[in-house]
Design a protein around this ligand. Structure first.
Ligand SMILES: Cc1ncc(C[n+]2csc(CCOP(=O)(O)OP(=O)(O)O)c2C)c(N)n1
Ligand code: SF4
Ligand SMILES: [Mg+2]
Length: 348
C-alpha cells in the first residue's frame, strides 16, 4: 500500500532513497565488486552469490548488516573479509531491528551534520533460521515503519547451515537434515511443509511497499528487485532461495541449474508485490499463463542427496502438494487463502 501524502508529511526527517534504475541486462552490469575475495564459503555456495550481486546492485553508498549464519561466519574469518562496503554483524534473530536501528542512526548523524546529507542504502540480511524462524518479530516490526528506508534480505538455504544443517521452518518436506536423518524404521522424519514466508510479510504489512521472491539463477531479475526495494522508500523485504551444496548434498556445479529447476517445477515461484499489486515474474508468469509447462518435481528432488531416501510415493506426495499450491491457492504459488464465505449473505 502506498503511503499517502498526508502520512508522508507527518513523518519528520524523511530522507529520499537512492534512485537506482533497473539494469537492462547482464552486459549492462557494473564491473565494480563490493563483495570480493576473502570469504570461505563452500564451492558453489549460492548464498555467497546473493551477497555479491545484492551489493553490486546496491552500489558503493551502502551499509550491510548481517545476522549470524554462514554469511557471517564464513565471510568474516579472522583478519579477512570480502566486504568492501561497511559491514556489521548483528545477533541471529535481529536483522529487522538492526536494519531499523541503522537507518535511524544514519538519519540522526545527518541531522546532527556529522555526515554528509546523502542517501545511503541500508541492507540487513539474515538466513532462513535467523529470519523466518527466530527473527520474525523484528522483521515484522520494521516493516510497519514506513518512515525508515531499509531492505531486509533473507537468504534461504533451507536449513540452519552454519551449525551443520539443522532443520528450519523453511526446510522442505522430508529432507534429510542432521535433525531429520532417515532411519530404517521411519524413512521420513520431517513432515512439515515449508513456510510461505515472503507472502506472510507481504500480506501482513500493508505499509511495506515492496516484497519480492528471487533466485540468483535469474541474476538480473534478482538484482533489479534489490534496486527497486532500495529505491521505493520505506522498509522492504526480499526472500531469496539459495541452493546449498553442503546442506542439499549435490555436486557444486549444479547450483545454478537447481535454482532454475526450483522455479521451473513451480516449487519456488518468482513474484513481487509493489504497493499492494502482485506480479508474477519471469518463468513463473510463463507457467501461470500456460506458456511454460511446469517440470515434474522429480527432476529437482532426485538431483539432491537430501531426498535420496524418497520412494516414488514420497515424490508423488511432494508433487501433489506443489500441484495444490498451483491449482487450489487463490493466487497460484503465492496466497493459500481462498474466499469461501458468502459476504453478501445476511448475518444469522
Ligand atoms: C541466539 C542464538 N542461537 C543459536 C546460535 C547458533 N547459531 C549460529 S549460526 C546458526 C544457524 C543460522 O541459520 P540461518 O539463519 O538459516 O543461517 P545459515 O547458517 O543457514 O546461513 C545458529 C543456530 C546463535 N548464534 N545465536
Ligand atoms: S553450508 Fe551452504 S550456505 Fe553455508 S557456506 Fe556452504 S554452501 Fe554456503
Ligand atoms: Mg539457513
Amino acid at each position: 500500500m502506498a503511503v499517502s501524502d498526508r502520512e508522508l508529511a507527518e513523518l519528520t526527517h524523511l530522507k529520499t532513497p537512492q534512485k537506482l534504475d533497473p539494469f537492462k541486462g547482464v552486459k549492462k552490469l557494473p564491473l565494480e565488486e563490493y563483495f570480493t575475495s576473502g570469504h570461505r564459503t563452500c564451492q558453489g555456495c549460492e548464498s555467497a552469490l546473493v551477497m555479491k550481486l545484492m551489493v553490486k546492485a546496491a552500489g558503493p553508498r551502502t551499509i550491510v548488516l548481517g545476522s549470524t549464519g554462514c554469511m557471517y561466519v564464513a565471510n568474516t574469518t579472522y583478519y579477512s573479509t570480502p566486504w568492501v562496503v561497511p559491514w556489521m554483524h548483528t545477533q541471529l534473530g535481529s536483522s529487522g531491528s538492526a536494519a531499523l536501528g541503522a537507518s535511524a542512526a544514519v538519519r540522526a548523524l545527518i541531522r546532527k551534520k556529522k555526515i554528509k546529507d546523502e542517501p545511503i542504502n541500508i541492507i540487513a540480511f539474515c538466513g532462513d533460521g535467523g529470519g523466518a524462524d527466530m527473527g520474525v518479530s523484528g522483521i515484522s516490526a520494521t516493516l510497519t515503519h514506513p518512515e525508515y528506508n531499509c531492505l531486509i534480505l533473507m537468504y534461504d538455504n533451507e536449513s540452519y547451515a552454519n551449525t551443520d544443517i539443522q532443520l528450519s521452518g523453511s526446510t522442505p518436506y522430508g529432507a534429510h537434515t542432521t535433525f531429520s536423518p532417515p532411519g530404517t524404521k521411519k524413512r521420513i522424519m520431517h513432515h512439515r511443509w515449508k513456510k510461505n514466508f515472503a507472502a506472510m510479510m507481504a500480506a501482513g504489512h500493508p505499509t511495506c511497499r515492496f516484497v519480492s521472491t528471487v533466485c540468483m539463477s535469474y541474476p538480473v531479475l534478482a538484482m533489479n528487485a534489490v534496486r527497486r526495494a532500495l529505491s521505493i522508500g520505506g522498509p522492504t523485504f526480499i526472500h531469496s532461495l539459495d541452493p546449498c551444496p553442503k546442506g542439499w548434498d549435490y555436486d557444486p556445479m549444479l547450483s545454478h541449474e537447481l535454482g532454475e529447476i526450483a522455479v521451473e517445477t513451480g516449487i519456488w515461484p518468482l513474484w513481487q508485490v509493489e504497493d499492494g499489486k502482485l506480479a508474477l515474474i519471469g518463468k513463473t508468469r510463463d507457467i501461470a499463463d500456460n506458456r511454460f509447462k511446469r517440470r515434474p518435481v522429480r527432476d529437482y528432488l532426485l538431483k539432491q542427496g537430501r531426498f535420496a531416501h524418497f520412494t516414488d510415493d514420497d515424490i508423488d506426495y511432494f508433487q501433489a502438494k506443489v500441484d495444490e499450491t498451483w491449482k487450489k491457492w487463490v493466487v497460484p504459488g503465492v496466497i493459500p487463502i481462498a474466499k469461501e464465505v458468502d459476504n453478501d449473505a445476511p448475518p444469522v
